[in-house]
Design a protein around this ligand. Structure first.
Ligand code: SF4
Length: 132
């Protein structure tokens, strides 16, 4: 059955609202938009994906949280499941930018990578717990 849905294209900063006429997952017409927008709509109907960026806990680093991100766009319906999995990860500093934090996340073949270095916190010999 032919249906028309409005989809906002997130491929570029213009953020066009596209009128997509489709029959199930088969795209029949897209108005307006460019070729990249039309390709986005086709992917969005069949296998929507997003880049995911979040943080995981790290012990002994200069900060308690390490920014991490997916190495590739991640299946949108499984993002909440991914966030639950990352919640239980606790790393030990040092961590190098680009280091895999979780390989083959949820069996998708997509790794989760560190987005920055996390060096070990070096404390002064005069450091006391009251200072932190
Ligand atoms: S349809 Fe084309 S111009 Fe519009 S947001 Fe998508 S990529 Fe950008």
């Amino acid at each position: 059955m032919e249906t028309t849905t409005k989809i906002i294209c997130i491929t570029c900063p213009k953020g066009c609202t596209l009128d997509v006429t489709h029959d199930g997952q088969t795209v029949l017409r897209v108005k307006p938009g460019c070729k990249r927008g039309h390709d986005y709509v086709k992917r969005e109907l069949v296998d929507p994906r997003r880049m995911v960026a979040t943080t995981v806990r790290v012990q002994g680093g200069i900060h308690p949280l390490l920014p991490v991100a997916t190495a590739a766009p991640f299946p949108k319906p499984r993002i909440i499941e991914l966030m639950h999995a990352l919640r239980w990860i606790e790393l030990q500093a040092p961590v190098i930018m680009g280091q895999p934090i979780l390989r083959d996340a949820l069996g998708t073949g997509i790794d989760i990578l560190a987005s920055r270095d996390m060096p070990v916190e070096v404390r002064s010999p005069y450091w006391s717990p009251e200072e932190s």
